[in-house]
Design a binder for this molecule. Structure first.
Ligand code: NCD
Length: 309
């Protein structure tokens, strides 16, 4: 039962619970009208202490499409946080008004801390350079619908693997499935943290900085932007910014059925010419993000349908 649970990191849910969410998301995609009213009278609070486009909008669209309502802030300066209010006091107050809360915060662990003070489910929508479990739900639903299975794939993760929280969460989630090979493609300065790799005891993986060499083997290519806001030093960011560029020429050596994912926003790591390639599925991925969040909200509020009772 997922009712009332928090989602702070991907393994808060079992593989079976995740499958339940994906099955529900499939049904919502098939027959969205059936779900138009199921969250009538329920409220989602969006507490965004950091910028967002897709995550916040897809959560809001998800709740509105389920017939519920939404309130929140998209920058901390417009709430009492700017007066020095603690996360614990903020979420206690929000618990009085909302049925479920989504939080994005620049500090690692902030949503987890909030969950300790909360009477309602708290969903981590990204905490610093740490985890981003609902992007992982999005990524998994996308992979599942194009590749049918998580197992038996070679996945290349390319870009800022040090600060990229979507990568950390996705690797953690995929490591629970069998026979996946990971290829970590990053400049030496932005390599995947060792605490992530140490968990890959049952999986084959290698690290490289060379995208061209890695690309022919891949079934899935997960591109990421260099995370400007996590750098201590602007010069270092500017030096690494253009490190990767996925373009049509590089894709000539990729498998015909490889899929290209990106959590977005894109900066300059994928040329816009790639958008027309049928292997580029990143905008569909953004759409799956809304459906999977609809399923997540429904499950955490206590049912597949008729949660209003
Ligand atoms: C990601 C994030 O916020 O970590 N964006 C998103 O939620 N889709 C990726 C990023 O900002 O690069």
């Amino acid at each position: 039962m997922l009712k009332g649970k928090h989602l702070i990191q991907p393994d808060d849910f079992t593989v079976e619970e995740l499958e339940d969410i994906f099955t529900l998301a499939d049904d919502i995609i098939k027959d969205p009208d059936k779900y138009l009213d199921v969250c009538k009278g329920k409220l989602l609070a969006t507490l965004f202490y950091e910028p967002s486009t897709r995550t916040r909008f897809s959560f809001e669209a998800a709740m509105l499409r389920l017939g519920g309502g939404v309130f929140g802030f998209s920058e901390a300066s417009s709430s009492s946080v700017s007066k020095g209010e603690s996360i614990g006091d903020t979420i206690r107050t929000v618990s009085c008004y909302a049925d479920i809360a989504v939080m994005r915060h620049p500090k690692e662990g902030a949503p987890k801390l909030a969950s300790k003070y909360s009477d309602i489910p708290v969903i981590n929508a990204g905490d610093g350079g740490h985890q981003h479990p609902t992007q992982t739900l999005t990524d998994l639903l996308t992979i599942r619908s194009y590749k049918k299975s998580f197992s038996n794939n070679v996945i290349g993760l390319c870009g800022d693997l040090k600060f990229g929280r979507t990568v950390h969460s996705l690797v953690k989630a995929l490591s629970r499935y069998e026979n996946i090979k990971f290829v970590f493609i990053a400049p030496p300065e932005l390599e995947i943290p060792s605490y992530i790799i140490e968990e890959l005891t049952n999986h084959e993986f290698y690290q490289t900085s060379n995208l061209e060499e890695a690309i022919p083997d891949l079934d899935i290519l997960y591109m990421t932007r260099i995370q400007k806001e996590r750098f201590f030093n602007e010069e270092e960011y500017l030096r690494l910014k253009g490190y990767y560029l996925l373009d049509n020429e590089k894709l000539m050596n990729a498998k015909k059925d490889m899929i290209i994912l990106h959590p977005l926003p894109r900066v300059d790591e994928i040329s816009t010419e790639v958008d027309n390639d049928p292997r580029a599925v990143y905008f569909n991925q953004a759409k799956y993000g809304m459906y999977v969040r609809m399923a997540l909200i429904l499950k955490l509020l206590g049912g597949d349908i008729n949660v209003k009772n």
